[in-house]
Design a protein around this ligand. Sequence first.
Ligand code: ZN
Length: 144
Amino acid sequence: MRLSEALLNDEGVVSAKLEFGQCVGFACLRAKVSAKLLVECQRCLEPMHIEVTGKFKFALVHSEEELELLPEELEPLLLEGEEQSIIDLIEDELLLCLPMVTAHKGECSDFMAEQQKKIKADKEASHPFAALKALKDDLSNKVN
Ligand SMILES: [Zn+2]
């Protein structure tokens, strides 16, 4: 699955900070990625923005032999003849960073918030005496 299939549209901002360096004698690629993406809320099915961030590190190897020499804790990125697409790499990593469940935090859309307000108002309306008592208290406070 490509990242765009997980999204509602292809709008979004992806930023990546790449750093090449050495780790235990191997050339390494370190990257920090963050993306603001538009996905569907699984609760109300309305669009929602999420922010995902990820950090990864790859050791760059050029052959199978070199791969064998790599310490286990390093994740290899095998560079074969063709040019490697850093974009693909970042895309794969972002896919892994996507939350399993995407839903609005707290209340969903305005529609849902309105519904909840209405339910609350209905509840209050079903206790007219409570409202009356509040009014009476209010009045007596003024008198005192
Ligand atoms: Zn929602």
